[in-house]
Design a protein around this ligand. Sequence first.
Ligand code: SF4
Length: 255
Amino acid sequence: MSTSVTNSESTNPPEVHLWKIPPITVAEPLLAARRIELYERLKKIADVHRAVQFATSLAAEDMVLTHAIFECAAPITIFTLDTGRLPADTLTMIATVEKKYHTTLKRFLPQPTGVETFIAEYGLNGFFESEEVKKACCGVRKVEPLNRALQGADAWLTGQRRQQAATRSALLLNEQDEVRGIAKYNPLFDWTEAEVWSFLQFYDVPIHPLHARGYPSIGCEPCTRAIRSHEDVRAGRWWWLQSDSKECGLHVKAL
Ligand code: SF4
């Protein structure tokens, strides 16, 4: 008769703790003050510019801005870059936002000839090969459509925050986009992660479904993955690259 004892600790794989959406931790009065400050920032930006545009990824920070733009009725045009490689959940989020805010988000797609040329040269997923090929893919699928979307604009907004990455630690509210020759604003530049997540949940703003599955940052489907709770919040973006390469070319500065 066998006397073996099953040792579940030795046979089961270690439990993986994925990143989780932080709970509401910011007190309501502080949150309300941040909300009013944000609305004032947005209205002021819209006041001093002729045509302000905002490219939303539908992820957390961009949903704070989207909600704020609609709530304070700032005349800012919201659009999204449909790279052709978005997760299905992002397409669902577009529909969710359109329904909640009674709007239609304009989608900018890559030029078919640019995509065909990239695929012919590198293959559909050639961006895994090197930083250069990844830049080329982002150039075709993100940067060119963004440049097209911003034609005629004299300012654009981003959801970038200082806390998100070392490359963003010196971020300011406003800067000059020297590449495109227009103003660029980061209205959440000084917001904390806690403020973002508290705002979204306290004010019942739609939250991208991937956030609940371990994704703090969301981009194209093949280039984004869930992270563990102890990892950097941008670790899931282009995870095969070094941490100083976690930008896609949308926020490049002129040399
Ligand atoms: S994130 Fe990935 S799939 Fe999307 S444009 Fe950049 S390299 Fe291409």
